[in-house]
Design a protein around this ligand. Structure first.
Ligand code: SDX
Length: 425
C-alpha cells in the first residue's frame, strides 16, 4: 500500500480505498471497518501487535527509538525532575499543573488517602496467605459500593472524583495488603508526607529515608502509563461495557498480575535468586534460548521496545544510588543482574530477536533494597499504573468514537451438524 492511496484488493479484484488516519507521532492507522463486508475477511492480528484499538493523547511509545512521552514530555525527564503527584495531574489533565493546582491536588489526594472502613474490612476478609494482588483486586471490587459518587462513566464530576479517589486509595490498599501478608494491622495514612513517603510509612511504620522515598517516587512515575499495554487495554475493554471504573480497574489489576506483564518484576528476582551465582548464568541463558524449554529470561524482551526500554536505563541507574545509600547488602543480586544483562546482550539469540532488559528487569532490585518482599513488587507497579488506567478510562468515556470492545475471530471449529440423542449416535 502506498501513502498516496491506501487500497485493499477485494475478492472480485476491485480495489477498496482505505482511509488513513494520520498520527501526530508514530504510525498512522488504516481504517479497516469497511473491509470485512467487502472482502469477506477480517484482519487477523493475534495479541493485537499491529492493531490500533483507539485514538489516544496520553502516552506515546517509540519502540525503535526507545522513547516514552507522557502528554509529550519525556518520561525520563519527568522521572528525574518531576514527582508522582505532578505527573499524575499531567496524565489526567493533559498539561502540567500550576503551582496552585499542584498544591491543591496534592492536598486533595492526601485528604483522600483513608479508605472507607468497608474497604479495609474487605482486605481483612481476604484469606491469609493470599497474594497481595488478589487483595488489591478485592479492595477495588468493594469500592463502587462505598464510593457511589465516583461511578458514573458519563458524568465528568464522577470521573474526576473517581480518578482522585482511586489514586489516593490504591496506595493505602497496597500498604494494607502488605501488612496483611506479615500478619500486622494496617497503618493509617499520614497527610503530612508526600505520596511515596506516605506509602513507605504505611508499610513500615517509620519515617522513610528520603533516598528511599525519592527512589519509590521515581519508580511510580516510570510505571505510571505505557499506552495500550495488556492491563490498560483490559481496563478499556472492561470499561467499554459501561461498568463502574473501580471494577474496570480491578480487571486491569488482574491482567497486570501475569508474569508476562507486570508480574515479571517478581519473577525476575525469583529467577536471579535461582541463578544464585555467576557461574550458573550460562545454564539459564541456554535454557532461555532452547525452544523446547518454556523458561524465558524474565525482565527481558518487550512487545514494543525493540531497542532499550528507557525506563530500564533509569531504574538501573537508581539501583546504584539506593544500594549505596541504604547499605542493604542486596548488591549481590544487582551484580548478578548486570552480569546476566552483559552475557545475554552479547548473545546472537537475544540480539537477533532484539530482546533487551525492560522496565521489570531492575525494579525488583530497588524494591528489595527498600525492604519489600517479591510479592509486593507487582502491587507497587499497580500503584504507579493506577493513574494511567484512570486516565485511559476517562479518555475512553469522552471519546465519541469509543464503542464496546468486541473483536471477531478466525473460526476453525466444526461446520454445522445435527444433534442426535446418545442412543441414536
Ligand atoms: C511489561 O506492553 C507493555 O507496555 C508492557 C509494560 C508496561 O509498562 O505496561 O512495558 C510492562 O509487561 C514488560 C514486559 C514484562 N515481561 C517479561 O519480562 C516477561 C519475559 N518477556 C516475554 O515473555 C516477552 O518478551 C514479552 C511478553 C514481553 C513480549 O512478548 P512478544 O512481543 O509476544 O514476543 P514473542 O513472545 O513473540 O517472542 C519473540 C521471540 C520468540 O522467539 P522465536 O519464536 O522467534 O524463536 O523472542 C523470544 C520468543 O521465544 N523471546 C524470549 C523472551 N522474550 C521473547 N526468549 C527468551 N526470553 C525472553 N524473555
Amino acid at each position: 500500500m502506498t501513502k498516496s492511496g491506501d487500497k485493499l484488493v477485494s475478492r472480485d479484484g476491485h480495489s477498496l480505498p482505505l482511509a488513513r488516519r494520520k498520527a501526530v507521532l508514530g504510525a498512522d492507522a488504516l481504517e479497516i471497518t469497511p473491509v470485512p463486508p467487502v472482502t469477506g475477511a477480517y484482519s487477523y492480528d493475534p495479541g493485537y501487535a499491529s492493531t490500533a484499538s483507539c485514538t489516544s493523547r496520553i502516552t506515546f511509545v517509540d519502540g525503535e527509538g526507545g522513547v516514552l512521552l507522557y502528554r509529550g514530555y519525556a518520561a525520563d525527564d519527568l522521572a528525574r525532575h518531576s514527582n508522582f503527584a505532578e505527573v499524575s495531574w499531567l496524565l489526567l489533565n493533559g498539561e502540567l499543573p500550576s503551582h496552585t493546582e499542584l498544591q491543591s491536588f496534592s492536598e486533595e489526594l492526601a485528604g483522600l488517602r483513608h479508605c472507607a472502613p468497608e474497604v479495609l474490612d474487605t482486605i481483612a476478609a481476604v484469606p491469609a496467605g493470599a497474594h497481595p494482588m488478589s487483595t488489591m483486586t478485592a479492595a477495588l471490587s468493594a469500592m463502587p459500593a462505598v464510593y457511589p459518587e465516583c461511578t458514573d462513566p458519563d458524568d465528568a464530576d464522577h470521573r474526576r472524583r473517581f480518578s482522585h479517589r482511586v489514586i489516593a486509595n490504591i496506595a493505602t490498599v497496597a500498604a494494607a495488603a502488605y501488612r496483611k501478608t506479615i500478619g500486622k494491622p494496617a497503618i493509617a495514612p499520614r497527610k503530612d508526607l508526600g505520596y511515596a513517603a506516605n506509602l513507605l510509612y504505611m508499610m513500615f511504620g517509620e519515617e522513610p529515608n528520603p533516598v528511599a522515598s525519592r527512589a519509590l517516587d521515581t519508580l511510580l512515575v516510570l510505571h505510571a502509563d505505557h499506552e495500550q499495554n495488556c492491563s490498560t487495554s483490559t481496563v478499556r475493554i472492561a470499561g467499554s461495557s459501561g461498568v463502574n471504573p473501580f471494577s474496570a480497574l480491578a480487571a486491569g489489576c488482574i491482567a497486570l498480575w501475569g508474569p508476562a506483564h507486570g508480574g515479571a518484576n517478581e519473577a525476575v528476582i525469583q529467577m536471579l535468586e535461582e541463578i544464585g551465582a555467576t557461574e550458573n548464568i550460562g545454564e539459564y541463558v541456554a535454557r532461555a534460548k532452547d525452544p523446547g524449554d518454556s523458561f524465558r529470561l524474565m525482565g527481558f524482551g518487550h512487545r514494543v521496545y525493540k531497542n532499550f526500554d528507557p525506563r530500564a536505563t533509569i531504574i538501573c541507574g537508581i539501583c546504584h544510588e539506593v544500594l549505596q545509600e541504604l547499605k542493604t547488602g542486596r548488591g549481590r543480586l544487582f551484580t548478578l543482574a548486570r552480569q546476566l544483562e552483559e552475557i545475554a546482550l552479547s548473545d546472537s539469540y537475544f540480539k537477533d530477536r532484539r530482546l533487551y532488559p525492560n522496565v521489570d528487569f531492575y525494579s525488583g532490585i530497588i524494591y528489595r533494597a527498600l525492604g519489600l518482599p517479591a510479592t509486593m513488587f507487582t502491587p507497587m507497579f499497580a500503584v504507579g499504573r493506577t493513574v494511567g488506567w484512570a486516565a485511559h478510562w476517562c479518555e475512553m468515556h469522552t471519546d465519541p468514537e469509543a464503542r464496546i470492545g468486541r473483536p471477531r475471530q478466525l473460526y476453525l471449529g466444526p461446520t454445522a451438524r445435527s444433534y442426535l440423542p446418545v442412543g441414536e449416535r
